[in-house]
Design a protein around this ligand. Structure first.
Ligand code: ADP
Ligand code: GLC
Length: 480
């Protein structure tokens, strides 16, 4: 079974969030299941040295306004097809945003080119490899099934929604440069309120739609979460499923992680204390006595509910906790966390870097990982936290609802709790969860049990990669 995965970011090569982690880890997990996957992504400047080591296997005289080529290279266990299109991708800085923080004005061409190149590969462009199924991730790959259908191909396509908030919406004028047939510019096609939506194309023309947790699959059918696509998804509900993300448990392994201060495992957790000390020191906070050190690693956006965290921090501090935050994004949230750090020196630490090593140190050294999201399709930081024996405190939504067992009295009595959940997503409910967390921390036996339960959870890809493999197989055999 050959699978072509098409994605705008893939760890460890280019990453702004969980999409990259999933693309990288899923590709690796599929191998042992008999799926040979190749991952098509842009050759951003950071990937140029890797691309130069690759072998050119296809070229385009003109792809969205300039010459382009595809280079094949294997790295970090992933078979990559790198789309080298200098006029679209050779630019410094963020992969989606220009220096002023706005989307690159030609993002429709940049990711339209990714889709077009993907469709060409699916149509047989490579001399030695032909996919049986195409897996298109998020809006950046949304045009793939449309290009295939326009070319008369019925090759099966799975579209995965990692986050419905990003819909790839552009004015109708993009149809001509993208060579989109205006016959499909209808309410049943890719037209969305008189504009073009890449994501809508991905949802309408795919054979199957997945999203990254069962609860989010259900939430997407409701207006509060579907963000305008609830009707379309409702109509396609028979072809929509939620498959929970995992994490790369080799990369995220406290027993072997080279990025953390001291390794530890389920059997011997002593090293966690050393990581706690090192983390507090590196963020300039004093180690709280008899209270948790709270950690937060996140894009700073309204999705993540961090304005509530800012408001709840005085309570967290009043109860003796300390807080370390690693994240960047929304300028108002950056300012709010910077202000908290200034107002509470030695109690709140804040770093705006995007730094993989620091993210690992934060997971290893914190006692509690905060994820108070308003919506969360899956969320990966709570999964990493479980693996590192760091107790997730999360809102009850999306993948956070599916991966954490709330420490309510029944779960504590049954000895199966792994974290704290709160609902609704309000300051009051968050504070109540913080209080439950402090109270449980004060009982070392109960806390130890939580940590052991957390570390015993299976957060790997094993179950979910098998689900994707089964789905690919079902679609490919229906197509034969
Ligand atoms: P999302 O994809 O919505 O941002 P996820 O929880 O799925 O949320 O994935 C976020 C990923 O990005 C995690 O791997 C997390 O560790 C990482 N991350 C977020 N912010 C930073 C940062 N400032 N530095 C390093 N890693 C970060
Ligand atoms: C998105 C979502 C996040 C999910 C990630 C990977 O960025 O916001 O919840 O974990 O994609 O699927």
């Amino acid at each position: 079974m050959n699978v072509l995965s098409i994605v705008s970011e893939c760890a460890p090569f280019a990453k702004t969030g969980g999409l990259a982690d999933v693309a990288g880890a899923l590709a690796k997990a599929l191998g042992p299941l008999g799926c040979k996957s190749q991952t098509l992504m842009p050759a951003y400047p950071a990937l140029k040295p890797l691309a130069e080591k690759g072998r050119q296997i296809a070229s385009f005289d003109r792809l969205m306004g300039g010459p382009a080529r595809i280079l094949r290279v294997r790295a970090s266990g992933v078979d990559l097809l790198l789309l080298d299109a200098p006029h679209l991708f050779d630019r410094p800085g963020h992969i989606y945003l220009d220096a002023s923080g706005k989307d690159w004005s030609d993002n429709h061409l940049r990711f339209g080119a990714l889709c077009k190149a993907g469709a060409e590969i699916a149509l047989g462009r490579l001399p030695d490899w032909q996919p049986d199924v195409v897996h298109a991730h998020d809006w950046q790959a949304g045009l793939v099934p449309l290009y295939l259908r326009q070319a008369g191909s019925a090759l099966p396509v799975v579209t995965t929604i990692h986050n419905i908030a990003f819909q790839g919406i552009f004015p109708p004028s993009v149809m001509a440069p993208l060579a989109l047939s205006s016959a499909h510019f209808t309410v049943d096609g890719f037209e969305y309120w008189e504009k073009v939506s890449f994501l809508k194309a991905g949802l309408v023309y795919a054979d199957h739609i997945t999203t990254v947790s069962p609860t989010y699959a259900h939430e997407l059918l409701m207006p509060d979460f579907g963000m305008g696509f609830e009707g379309l998804l409702g109509a396609r509900a028979g072809r929509l499923s939620g498959i929970l993300n995992g994490i790369d448990v080799e990369d995220w392994n406290p027993a072997t992680d080279p990025r953390i201060d001291a390794n530890y495992s389920t059997r011997s957790k002593k090293g966690k204390v050393r990581n706690r000390i090192a983390l507090a020191r590196s963020f300039g906070v004093e180690l709280p006595e008899d209270a948790p050190l709270f950690g937060l690693v996140s894009r700073l956006t309204s999705q993540k509910g961090l304005d509530l965290m800012v408001e709840a921090t005085p309570h967290l501090l009043a109860r003796g906790g300390a807080l370390v935050v690693l994240g960047s994004g929304d300028k108002a949230l950056e300012r709010a966390f910077a202000d908290l750090a200034t107002a509470h020196p030695g109690r709140v630490g804040f770093d705006t870097r995007f730094d993989e090593g620091l993210a690992h140190q934060l997971q290893a050294g914190s006692d509690v990982m905060l994820v108070p999201s308003r919506f969360e399709p899956c969320g990966l930081t709570q999964l990493c936290a479980l693996r590192y024996g760091t107790i997730p405190l999360v809102s009850l939504t999306g993948g956070l609802a599916d991966t954490v067992i709330n420490a309510n009295p029944a779960a504590l009595a049954a000895g199966c709790a792994t974290g704290f959940q709160f609902s609704p997503v309000t300051k009051g409910a968050l504070i109540h969860a913080l209080d439950r967390c402090f109270d449980t921390y004060a009982d070392p036996v109960a806390w130890k049990r939580l940590v052991s339960n957390a570390m015993a959870q299976d957060v790997s890809w094993s179950t979910s990669a098998a689900r994707y493999a089964a789905l690919y197989k079902e679609l490919a055999s229906a197509h034969d």
